[in-house]
Design a protein around this ligand. Structure first.
Ligand SMILES: *[C@@H]1O[C@H](CO)[C@@H](O)[C@H](O)[C@H]1NC(C)=O
Ligand SMILES: *[C@@H]1O[C@H](CO)[C@@H](O)[C@H](O)[C@H]1NC(C)=O
Ligand SMILES: *[C@@H]1O[C@H](CO)[C@@H](O)[C@H](O)[C@H]1NC(C)=O
Ligand SMILES: *[C@@H]1O[C@H](CO)[C@@H](O)[C@H](O)[C@H]1NC(C)=O
Ligand SMILES: *[C@@H]1O[C@H](CO)[C@@H](O)[C@H](O)[C@H]1NC(C)=O
Ligand SMILES: *[C@@H]1O[C@H](CO)[C@@H](O)[C@H](O)[C@H]1NC(C)=O
Ligand SMILES: *[C@@H]1O[C@H](CO)[C@@H](O)[C@H](O)[C@H]1NC(C)=O
Ligand SMILES: *[C@@H]1O[C@H](CO)[C@@H](O)[C@H](O)[C@H]1NC(C)=O
Length: 403
């Protein structure tokens, strides 16, 4: 009985995720009205953390133009090709998009436009080795999928590309990032729905099934924890110069406004000092004004416990100079005041340096985002991304340890 509170919390969080997906749309009922193409040549093998894929999409101009009047946003996703789905229930295609597991990886989402749009995607380090294609969904103002396009033919045999990424073993050992977690959270959801539902609806004794669900979730929390590595921010060299395109105190809107983030190595430092720099992680961070009174946003010098920067913007290979990234603010970012921090990671996956778009006391060059309110977040308007869930993951972890 003692295990009740944590599984409940976790179940709730999973249902929050579920309620976001609570629109039963069939892929076969959507208009295939986008033309999508990608840069890899058929069969090309791409490397995680290094290689890039340019995705280009546009409305099929031979269709009536009025038919796209309800198109509001696009969601670009990485999808498993049939060859990488066979024998894998956790990657199964289902016409009902609520149950479909073909496209678990979010590449970007942004406003819809009729003409050629493109996005250069650096393959994140957590993508598993497999064969893939790209699908772009179009959603209407109610956030329902209404159309799509994909970089392959309907049978998914042409223009596929391979990514040489993490193996399944590595995934199980680390599970480090949110996007992976999202894929798996659906798997948990299914497991919990099937096995642990009684738990919510009746006061049964904790059964094997509930334990199984709790165990799964515990395991996931420990998997998250195993990524912990005890690095302190104050021990890192602040060797990057970071800036954002925002005017100080400008208020930006989620889903619409963009922030251009630029960074480079501080050239006045010795150049050999960056010889171990491998990748960068760009993050959105709460400014002190939005942290006060909020334990769930608290700064901690130990990066394992730090909750200043819960939102991933991008990660990619380290380059000494002239880096920039245009970020469309996702719709799930809470209303708050922010800055941007860029971490440098070494080959062992530890932070070794950083830079941020504000000064040491985090008072300059801040910007505000007008996004979802806490109420909306709690009502699950959506906890759609694991950026949020990850933050909460630490809270759960704490709860689990307490009980
Ligand atoms: C564009 O739409 C037309 C009419 O439905 C179709 O015949 C054609 O194959 C589509 N083009 C592409 C590239 O999908
Ligand atoms: C757009 O949405 C409105 C309201 O939901 C609907 O009446 C209209 O038929 C839709 N138009 C198209 C082209 O789907
Ligand atoms: C979109 O791209 C295609 C091929 O690259 C080109 O022929 C076409 O003119 C472009 N359309 C627009 C509106 O930019
Ligand atoms: C598909 O397109 C046709 C017109 O080409 C339109 O009448 C229909 O509503 C569209 N369906 C959806 C789901 O948008
Ligand atoms: C910080 O930079 C100095 C040289 O500027 C170097 O000796 C030291 O190892 C660096 N520290 C870290 C954590 O990278
Ligand atoms: C670059 O490094 C030097 C030496 O540590 C420091 O004085 C300077 O403020 C840094 N510049 C920026 C823009 O951070
Ligand atoms: C780079 O890493 C190697 C091996 O871990 C270490 O010996 C060396 O001091 C590091 N260099 C710098 C500049 O941090
Ligand atoms: C960085 O960009 C500036 C101006 O855009 C250019 O002059 C410079 O050569 C670039 N440096 C590198 C290393 O690409």
């Amino acid at each position: 009985m003692e295990v009740h509170p944590p599984p409940l919390l976790l179940l709730l969080s999973c249902f929050a995720i579920a309620s976001y997906a609570q629109h039963e749309h069939l892929l076969s009922s959507l208009n295939r009205s986008l033309i999508v193409s990608t840069t890899p040549t058929p069969g090309q093998v791409l490397k995680i953390g290094v290689d890039q894929v340019t995705v280009t999409w546009s409305y099929n101009q031979t269709l009536p133009t009025a038919a796209d009047s309800n198109y509001t946003r696009v969601q670009v996703k990485l999808c498993y090709a049939p060859v990488s789905q066979s024998g894998r229930d956790d990657r199964k295609t289902d016409d009902n998009l609520l149950n479909d597991k073909t496209c678990p990886f979010d590449i970007m989402d942004g406003p819809y436009q009729r003409s050629n749009s493109s996005f250069i995607w650096t393959i994140p380090r957590d993508i598993p080795t497999a064969t893939y294609f790209i699908r772009v969904y179009v959603t209407d103002p109610d956030d329902h999928e209404v159309a799509y396009g994909q970089s392959t033919d309907p049978l998914k045999t042409t223009n596929l590309f391979q990514i040489e990424g993490v193996t399944n073993d590595q995934v199980l050992a680390a599970w480090p990032t949110f996007k992976m977690s999202l894929g798996y959270s659906y798997a948990w959801l299914v497991a919990i729905k099937r096995k642990g539902i009684d738990f919510l609806t009746s006061k049964v004794n904790p059964s094997m099934e509930v334990h199984l669900a709790a165990l799964l979730l515990l395991f996931s929390c420990f998997a998250t924890a195993s990524y912990a590595h005890n690095v302190h921010l104050s021990a890192l060299n602040q060797s990057l110069t970071v800036s954002t395109s925002t005017a100080p105190d400008k208020v930006l809107k989620t889903g619409v406004d963009q922030v251009t983030i630029t960074w480079s190595y501080n050239q006045t430092l010795p150049t050999v000092a960056d010889s171990n720099y491998t990748t960068v992680e760009v993050k959105l961070c709460y400014a002190p004004v939005s942290q006060s009174g909020r334990d769930d946003r608290k700064t901690d010098d130990n990066l394992d416990n730090d909750k200043t920067c819960p939102f991933d913007i991008m990660d990619g290979p380290y380059k000494r100079s002239n880096n920039s990234f245009v970020w469309t603010i996702p719709r799930d970012i809470p209303t708050a005041t922010y800055f941007v921090r860029v971490y440098v990671i070494n080959a062992k996956n530890h932070e070794i340096a950083y830079g941020e778009s504000t000064n040491a006391v985090k008072a300059s060059s801040l910007f505000q985002i007008e996004g979802v309110t806490d109420d909306q977040v709690q009502a699950s308007a959506a906890w759609p991304t694991l950026g949020n869930c990850f933050g909460h993951g630490y809270v759960w972890l704490g709860v689990l340890f307490l009980v």
